[in-house]
Design a binder for this molecule. Sequence first.
Ligand code: ZN
Length: 214
Amino acid sequence: MTFDLTLTFDNGPDPDVTPYVLSILADFDIKSTFFVVGEKARRYPELCRMIVDQGHWLGNHTWSHTLPLGLMRDPRQETFEVLETHREISSLLGNRRLFRPMGGGGEIGPHLLSTASLQALRENRYSCVLWNSVPGDWRDHHGWPVQAAADLARNRWTVMVLHDTSLEAMTHLPQFIGDALSLGTRFRQDFPEGCLPIKDGIMAVPVSEICVAH
Ligand SMILES: [Zn+2]
């Protein structure tokens, strides 16, 4: 049995870590998605350009990354989080509009979106990209590959959330990728239906699964 793995990198771009991650992915000829924080994208537009130029997809990961959108309770701010980031990166997106909500530790549930942010995503024909693996690289810089390998063995197709924010954590990326390849893992850039509750602006799951009722 072969396993599929889609790698994603959240919370960047970062001038130290993003180029390093890009160089590793290039070494292995793996394409990925970088879900960027809008205010960082504004600070480092050249890194966003580099991501796209190397064949990766760029995604919207809110403007400020301060709270899950369903917990904000400020509809204007929730909309801003989606739309301001969209304005910042839209020229690099082409027809592919990918949004990853802030999970606040990786939990999936109605805290991910609010009514206002969901409306902004639907009107702009975004797809919402969730995950089934959060190995915790941001809190365990050296231990995350153990959890990542366990997740890989558990899922037929893993969508893994990593972060291009810690050089220390990402020094383990080449070894992890090498080990996964030696197990026959197939790396791919796209996402399984089960991780896409919104596709091109159209709901694929009941709203209440990913959005609070206000
Ligand atoms: Zn994040």
